[in-house]
Design a protein around this ligand. Structure first.
Ligand SMILES: Cc1cc2nc3c(=O)[nH]c(=O)nc-3n(C[C@H](O)[C@H](O)[C@H](O)COP(=O)(O)O)c2cc1C
Ligand code: SF4
Length: 603
């Protein structure tokens, strides 16, 4: 095995073969970088230069893209790049102690490459395995689930022996679906092609009408009406139309799309094909998050089988002119790329910076053409609507939230996993079903969602009450809700793309305040300032990431204030602690921060 700190060993001719395979198209840049790195471990500058030349881009542009994505490395990172999933649920399962243990065994400082260039160990945002954590990712390719001290000891030994990752015990990378409760989407699967036959029999316009009458709303978070989106896309002018499946699933605590893509890939792809029929698209793309790279082979098998069955490709189901095929694009570790316009930028081989809207993707999306972006679960729902009809779908759920919702349940409960319920289900019912006891709080919809306290467990899942993108994280009374909020604040600061000042600076200031409180150096003034930051950021950020970044903070301060006050009170118990001096230090730091923010605003 070669050490990654050696001088770059990439072969220019191999790289040229790769570039030729992608027809030297600039919008394939992210995929080219990903494939190059998969072979060489990192991205040497001469290779970036060759890519720039071949794609007709500047080196600065290529380097800018390479530096944007966390899974790309322009410096050596070790033959074994170990990334611990750092969601709060991983932490609750002991991930921090396991990371320390691994670092000690390997004699490596977290976040740094070992001097022999063999290994680096650090953290990454949630890897979507919260129901079988703690989890880690090796070389952006292979997951290890259900970590234990014994597994860590063995893993350290394998790294020291330089055992290739694909020879590690198979059991370690087992990912279970853990479907605990199935309803229409996760239950019996339609025969491939059945729903498409129904959709074609209706015709594109009547199928569009069916989706509208079913009142289907997107499952990716915003809840936009799918029929309206498709109608806008269908009517938009363009040379070609695109259908994009958003499988980025980066919201911490969310893993339902992972299971839908595993268990119901046909239904998802059939939903995309029905969308293509309705909007008149000939090309589809699945944007699969980098953390789910291990699903790639499975998805390719399903796509090929459908081509062989005449369900993708030219003249689908024998219908002349109905041509549609799908390719898969793999992300590279950037949560913001789940935002649909950032996702399109990434598909086009650029940094995942959200676009200024309007124009919306339905008018000018991928390569400037009309594009509908929908969530994995939304496409799955379409397949069932096409088969059973709008009237049947309307009979499930509530008047404003029709059909079912799939939930990723994790945290303090006996049976974490996947649960599908009709909209309108009580929070308390979900807690009972998954075996949660003495629950203090539930974070519904991930850090961007809402934190509910026990008095709210009678509320119901649905757009009219508690909307959700699918995460359901449970915290019992032993948990410190301040630490939960702090973990989420770090997540947002880490994932801010840095494009706009209120988010870039605001998320960082929130983290600083919370870290200060955690160290026991905070004052009630810091709490007031956190409220101020929330207000400032809410209306001023460019995309939904910044707008939602203070949600957990606002909810937890309002509903679990004693958790924060405990950290303030600790001021009085630190031996030899000078409260007044600390407070004036804190004010000084605050003033410095504010000046910094002010300066940032002026730049
Ligand atoms: C920061 C951010 C991250 C997002 N991540 C996702 C995601 O991982 N998956 C998803 O389907 N939608 C995500 N969205 C919402 C998408 O922008 C978009 O609304 C959605 O893909 C539309 O699909 P739908 O209409 O089927 O819900 C995200 C939005 C924001 C602001
Ligand atoms: S709000 Fe944050 S993530 Fe969104 S564009 Fe601004 S800096 Fe980037």
């Amino acid at each position: 095995m070669t050490l990654n700190c050696q001088p770059p060993e990439y072969s220019a001719s191999e790289l040229q073969t790769l570039l030729t395979r992608y027809h030297s198209k600039p919008h394939a840049l992210v995929q080219i970088l990903r494939e190059l790195q998969a072979v060489h471990g990192w991205l040497p500058r001469p290779a970036l230069s060759q890519i720039a030349q071949s794609l007709g881009l500047t080196l600065a542009h290529v380097e800018g893209v390479a530096s944007f994505y966390r899974f790309f490395h322009t410096q050596p990172v070790g033959d074994y790049r170990v990334l611990f999933s750092d969601n709060i649920t991983d932490r609750m399962l002991g991930s921090q102690a396991l990371l320390q243990d691994l670092c000690q065994r390997l004699k490596v400082v977290p976040g740094q490459i070992r001097t022999d260039g063999r290994v680096s160990v650090t953290t990454t945002s949630c890897t979507g395995l919260c129901d079988q954590g703690p989890a880690l990712l090796v070389n952006h390719r292979q997951v290890v689930t259900r970590l234990t001290p014994g597994r860590i000891e063995h893993l350290a030994a394998l790294i020291e022996q330089q055992t290739p990752v694909d020879r590690w015990p198979l059991e370690w990378s087992r990912v279970d679906d853990q479907i605990r409760l199935a309803d229409v989407k996760l239950g019996d699967q339609p025969t491939p092609g059945q729903s498409l036959t129904c959709a074609r029999a209706r015709g594109p316009l009547a199928m569009l009408d069916e989706v509208k009458r079913a009142k289907l709303r997107g499952r990716g978070g915003a809840g936009y009406a799918t029929g309206t989106k498709w109608q806008l896309c269908r009517h938009a002018q363009g040379q070609t139309h695109y259908v994009v499946c958003n499988a980025d699933e980066g919201e911490p605590g969310t893993f339902k799309d992972r299971v839908l893509l595993t268990k119901c890939a046909d239904a998802v792809i059939e939903g995309m094909t029905i969308a293509a029929l309705v909007v008149g698209a000939s090309e589809g793309l699945i944007y699969l998050r980098g953390e789910y790279r291990y699903l790639l082979d499975h998805l390719h098998v399903v796509l090929q089988r459908r081509r062989d069955q005449g369900l993708l490709g030219k003249a689908i189901q024998g219908q002349a002119g109905f041509d549609f095929d799908i390719s898969i694009h793999i992300g590279a570790g950037a949560y913001v790329c789940g935002e649909e316009s950032a996702l399109i930028e990434s598909l086009e081989g650029k940094r995942g910076t959200p676009r200024i809207r309007p124009p919306f993707p339905v008018e000018r999306g991928y390569l400037g053409q009309p594009t509908t972006v929908n969530n994995v679960e939304t496409f799955c729902a379409v397949t069932h609507i096409a088969l059973h009809g709008a009237a049947w779908w309307l009979g499930i759920g509530t008047p404003q939230s029709t059909g079912t919702k799939v939930h990723s349940v994790s945290g303090d409960c006996e049976r974490p996993g996947i649960y599908e319920y009709p909209f309108g289900t009580r929070i308390g019912r979900i807690l009972e079903d998954c075996g949660a006891h003495d629950t203090q709080a539930v974070q519904v919809g991930g850090p961007s969602g809402v934190c509910l306290s026990a008095s709210e467990f009678g509320r119901r899942i649905g757009f009219e009450d508690v909307p959700t993108a699918g995460a359901f994280m449970i915290f019992d009374r032993t948990r410190d809700m301040f630490e939960v909020a702090r973990n989420f604040a770090h997540f947002f600061a880490h994932e801010s793309c840095g494009f706009c000042t209120p988010c870039r600076v605001g998320t960082e200031l929130v983290v600083r305040r919370l870290d200060k409180l955690q160290r026991g150096h905070g004052s009630s003034q810091d709490l007031d300032e956190l409220f101020e930051l929330d207000k400032l950021m809410h209306g001023a950020t460019h995309c939904g990431l910044g707008a939602a970044a203070c949600n957990p903070l606002r909810d937890t301060i309002a509903k679990f204030r004693p958790a924060y006050e405990r950290h303030l009170k600790s001021l009085h118990f630190v031996p030899g602690f000078d409260l007044d001096a600390e407070l004036s230090q804190a004010r000084l730091a605050t003033a410095r921060d504010d000046a910094g923010a002010h300066l940032e605003t002026m730049t």
